[in-house]
Design a protein around this ligand. Structure first.
Ligand code: NAP
Length: 278
């Protein structure tokens, strides 16, 4: 049965591919992005029920407007894909307060704005699916990505808790944790680096940047395949809370979880020693 998908950041990268996969499967798609023209170009020649709406997720008013327009056009929203986001990379001390606020305004508060606008629709329907884009970096910390990772860790905590709050309305949340996918993510048109150079970090910082630059457009993850996977998950009766995407993410997250287990076990007796009589 055809569903209505609402996708943020659909003008390029993973967002475009998720939208194309949903259209190809016969679903209605509301493709949103900061620049209407760019989104239109991304879907030139693509067949299907498509509505394009301009939406910068940092604006709660625009999120409300976009959701209203989507509901007016298609009658509801069945699947929300909170995909919009970018990487504010560089070591913590190299990033200024403005860089950090902008990063949270998009990756975290933007997700809140759009989710807050969509939830009344899904509660009324007593049904819905939400895909929140985290990252392998939402489960594993990376040197040189402390700010980006902190936004994605926030997405994890938000999504896991929200899932418990809205399951009663038949709404499922799936956290998407991609490894490295081949998009503009590490290109200068998307990624931002902290520019407050600090001598102590100079060589570490340039090594980190060289490493990330080296991944750009060489990532193993195929965004079109991720799009198809989300279409399959949306149709699943029991979608997972977490969907790890890509072999690098599976390896990285499994290793992290093993190390957390090992550390808990190593320190177990000191950890439980804090229970006690008052
Ligand atoms: N590619 C990876 O390796 C990777 C790995 C893990 C997680 N992710 C996550 O996957 C998601 C998509 O990234 P991608 O790989 O497709 O990167 P991308 O090619 O750089 O695309 C990012 C998308 O987010 C949009 N966006 C950024 N700020 C926005 C805002 N304020 N309002 C609305 N849209 C905004 C961009 O719009 P503009 O075109 O207007 O800039 C663009 O459409 C992000 O959440 C990212 O953190 C990606």
């Amino acid at each position: 049965m055809s569903k209505t998908w609402f996708i943020t950041g659909a003008g390029r990268g993973i967002g475009t591919e998720v939208a194309k996969a949903a259209l190809a499967a016969g679903h209605n798609v509301v493709a949103t992005g900061r620049h209407r023209k760019q989104v239109q170009q991304a879907f030139e020649g693509t067949k299907g029920q498509l509505l394009i709406i301009e939406l910068d997720v940092t604006s709660p008013e625009r999120a409300d407007f976009a959701v209203d327009a989507a509901v007016t056009h298609f009658g509801g929203i069945d699947v929300l894909v909170n995909n919009a986001g970018y990487g504010q990379i560089g070591l913590f001390e190299e990033n200024g307060a403005d860089d950090i606020e902008r990063q949270f305004a998009t990756n975290v508060f933007g997700m809140f704005h759009v989710t807050r606008a969509v939830l009344p629709v899904m509660r009324w329907q007593r049904a819905g699916r939400i895909f929140n884009f985290s990252s392998m970096g939402g489960m594993v910390g990376f040197a040189g990505a402390s700010i980006y990772c902190s936004t994605k860790f926030a997405v994890e905590g938000f999504s896991e808790s929200l899932a418990m709050e809205i399951a009663q309305f038949g709404i499922h949340v799936t956290i998407v944790e991609p490894g490295f996918f081949q998009t503009d993510f590490l290109d200068e048109s998307s990624v931002r680096y902290g520019e407050q150079g600090i001598k102590d970090y100079a060589s570490f910082s340039s090594e980190t940047r060289t490493t990330y630059d080296g991944y750009s457009y060489k990532q193993a993850g195929n965004p079109a395949k991720l799009g198809s996977a989300l279409v399959e998950l949306a149709a699943s009766r029991e979608p997972p809370l977490r969907y790890v995407a890509g072999s690098d993410a599976v390896k990285g997250i499994a290793t992290k979880l093993d190390s957390v287990h090992a550390e808990i076990n190593k320190w177990r007796s000191l950890s439980i020693s804090t229970d006690g009589s008052f």
